[in-house]
Write a protein that binds this ligand. Structure first.
Ligand SMILES: *Cc1c(COP(=O)(O)O)cnc(C)c1O
Length: 427
């Protein structure tokens, strides 16, 4: 595989951009490689600057659920472009997108649009604190909620990939009110609640963890959180930035039938452009300015181009049997992973819901962050590189989820299964 142009660009990039990248996981550090510079994407494939093609299971880390350069999304963007790119004043399509989110996710009574998932979680927690008049929050080890200061504690994803669970530059006083529990361990939450009576504003989690690799909630875990929140006057926040419109049109809350008080969205709802959203119960969201005293703002929030891409994407997703089909295709692939690794004698654990899936190189079940850290990251590294040489682009870390798009064809899936077998053979 010739990647000489990518290598040259990486050298050049490092002279102007910290580490040569504008988001750390892009650097390919945990797989001991230089990043590939991408020239274009179309459908299920991306093409690097050296002309290599890859079947893409990253999809810009989740947003591109209808594939790269989808014609319908492109036309929606184009049609909007010519009428101006931002006004800092309300537009009709913001209502349309908010209505589509409400329609898909009934717990979203009011929706505020922002520019990223990070802004969404920041806004949701500020609203929760403003509403409850309490400061403390509970988050889970390995759950990532964007690069918000007080949420960058044991934050999975890039932080784990780089072996730095906590970030420098965050004052200790900023994380004092952040309490850490274990994913899928209700007892660890109940203990914290007991130790901090009347002090906890919110419990925030990824209802399906996706940033420590993919880990679904065990039966009863989400309902258990719902119950303790109801009992103690704590708000339950589902960070559905990854799972929203991904595991189902109604997100993880539709799959597991547990309603949070607040939810956050991002990734898919922007159709590949920068959008985030947070919202939920009317009585909480009316605490947000300009109705209430909780301030939150954004110059480009709800900008016409992003909103047009989001609306076009959601419209495509709503038609037909999108999620059943994504689920079937992902399940097929996960099955191929299991049988290929089984034949190679390598223990593997797989997880999959809708168009989101993942695998861990582990003999034992992976239920939470500490389990994920025990998996064979070294073997993953070699497998990842072999897959790349065989034309398949996986997330460059053992602690990320994988995504299927509606643009992936049966031939793509067959080719991926063959690449898996070849990559295992070459280990
Ligand atoms: C990606 C992600 C975020 C952050 O979203 P950005 O758009 O990158 O700021 C927050 N929460 C979850 C669960 C995510 O997967």
């Amino acid at each position: 595989m010739n990647i000489s142009r990518s290598r040259q660009m990486f050298e050049r990039a490092q002279k102007s951009i910290p580490g040569g990248v504008n988001s750390p996981v892009r650097a390919f550090k945990s797989v001991d490689m230089n990043p590939l510079f991408i020239r274009k994407g179309k459908g299920s494939k991306i093409y690097d600057v050296d002309g290599n093609a890859y079947i893409d299971y990253v999809g810009s880390w989740g947003p591109l659920i209808v594939g790269h350069a989808n014609e319908t999304v492109l036309s929606a963007i184009e049609a909007t472009l010519h009428d101006g790119t931002s006004f800092g004043a309300p537009t009709e399509n913001e209502i349309v997108l908010a209505e589509m989110v409400k329609d898909a996710v009934p717990s979203m009574e009011l929706v505020r649009l922002v520019n990223s998932g990070t802004e969404a979680t920041m806004g949701a927690i500020r609203a929760a604190r403003g509403y409850t008049g309490r400061d403390k929050i509970i988050k889970f080890e390995g759950c990532y909620h964007g690069s918000v200061d007080f949420l960058l504690v044991q934050a999975g994803s890039g932080a784990t990939t780089l072996g730095k669970p906590d970030s420098a530059g965050v004052p200790a006083s900023f994380v004092e009110a952040t309490l850490l529990a274990e994913f899928n361990n209700l007892e660890s939450v109940l203990d914290l609640v007991d130790q901090n009576p009347q002090e906890i504003a919110a419990i925030i989690l990824e209802p399906v963890a996706g940033n420590m690799g993919m880990i679904p909630p065990q039966h009863g875990f989400l309902q258990g959180l719902r119950d303790v929140c109801d009992r103690e006057g704590i708000l339950l926040i589902f960070d559905e930035v990854m799972t929203g419109f991904r595991v189902d049109y109604g997100g993880a809350q539709a799959v597991f039938k547990v309603e949070p008080d607040l939810s956050t969205f991002g990734k898919v709802i922007g159709g590949g452009l920068p959008v985030g959203a947070y919202g939920g119960r009317q009585d909480i969201m009316t605490q947000v300015a300009p109705v209430g005293p909780v301030y939150q703002a954004g110059t480009l929030s709800g900008n016409p181009i992003s909103v047009a891409a989001g609306i076009a994407t959601l419209k495509i997703l709503k038609e037909g049997n999108t999620y059943a089909e994504l689920g079937q295709a992902s399940a097929w692939l996960v099955n191929e992973i299991q049988s290929a690794f089984g034949k190679a004698g390598i223990p593997v654990q797989t997880h999959q819901i809708g168009g989101m899936f993942g695998f861990f190189l582990s003999e034992t079940p992976v239920l939470q962050y500490q389990d994920a850290l025990q998996t064979n990251a070294d073997l993953f590294k070699k497998f990842f590189r072999n897959m790349l040489s065989n034309g398949v682009y996986l997330a460059p870390s053992a602690f990320e989820s994988l995504f299927l798009s509606t643009a992936h064809t049966e031939a793509d899936l067959e080719q991926t299964a063959e690449a898996i077998r070849q990559s295992l053979q070459a280990l």
